[in-house]
Design a protein around this ligand. Structure first.
Ligand code: HPA
Length: 275
């Protein structure tokens, strides 16, 4: 694994040339178009990156885009690997580890999620304060490589409080209503049943989705500061009355694109200054 990470990051560093992004972003379902806003960009399709699997989900373009957002250098993964697609968890988290090895210090993960909290409406942006790992799995299963991180990583502040504060403060400055909540990470790919959503609600979840949790575990393991933003694309099963479809998920996420873009553009500059 270690050699694989080094080989992959060396390849990317070679392509990057002078660029040295300190902020990394992973774009979730329906949020991929953000990558089009990046200027002076170097684009590397995943199938050209050594060791990278190919993306298969509709609506996910698989490429790494390195360039500038309002003069701040960023490395953006447009499209992610999900466990439910049949990838190994070590493939799912490879982008996170590679970001660390190309010199990124702060990571923003984004995703589409179903709203459980009754204060959420579709189109809302919510930053994660914590999560429930309900995948029944961990990307750290197996022998631990001490070069990557410790055997038992602390997850008390899994979502970096300083980054969360920057997100909140920046949203306030932009008059964007950014909510906060606990994300339940499930396996998918079927959406939940109403009984499952009721259970998640009782467990303390505000929203539910099929990504992010393995990446947050990997980021904490490798000592990479991470925060995450969910776009609430639908009310979770049994909370709303609509049938759930991936097309609707993408459409709503796209509608939130304007405020999402404003927020990210401004916050990356502040995150860069932290490093
Ligand atoms: N459940 C799980 N994942 C999701 C949902 C949902 O309702 N919406 C978007 N991703």
């Amino acid at each position: 694994m270690f050699d694989r990470i080094i080989k992959t990051s060396d390849f990317i560093k070679d392509k990057m040339g002078q660029a040295s992004p300190k902020v990394g972003i992973v774009l979730g379902s329906g949020l991929g178009d953000f990558a089009d806003k990046i200027q002076d960009s170097i684009e590397i399709p995943y199938d050209e990156i050594p060791n990278f699997p190919k993306t298969t989900v509709k609506g996910h373009k698989g490429r790494l885009v390195i360039g500038k957002v309002q003069n701040t250098q960023v490395a953006v993964f447009q499209g992610r690997f999900h466990f439910y697609e049949g990838y190994q968890l070590e493939d799912v988290i490879l982008p996170v580890r590679v970001l660390k090895y190309i010199g990124v210090n702060n990571l923003i993960l984004t995703n589409a999620a179903g709203g459980i909290n009754s204060n959420y409406i579709p189109g809302d942006l919510v930053y994660l304060t914590d999560h429930l790992n309900l995948t029944g799995n961990s990307p750290l299963i197996g022998p631990n490589d001490e070069r990557l991180g410790v055997r038992f990583p602390d997850m008390t502040e899994a979502y970096n409080p300083q980054l969360n504060q920057l997100l909140k403060q920046t949203a306030d400055e932009l008059s964007i209503d950014l909510k906060s909540g606990v994300y339940a990470g499930v396996l998918g790919p079927a959406y939940e049943t109403p009984a499952e959503i009721n259970m998640l609600h009782i467990m303390g979840a505000d929203m539910v989705g099929m990504s992010t949790v393995p990446e947050v575990i990997a980021a904490n393991h490798i000592n990479l500061k991470v925060c995450a933003i969910s776009c609430i694309t639908n009310l979770a099963a049994g909370i709303g009355h609509e049938k759930l479809s991936h097309d609707d998920v993408k459409e709503v996420a796209n509608m939130a694109m304007n405020k999402f873009t404003l927020l990210i553009e401004k916050v990356v500059k502040k995150m860069e200054a932290l490093t």
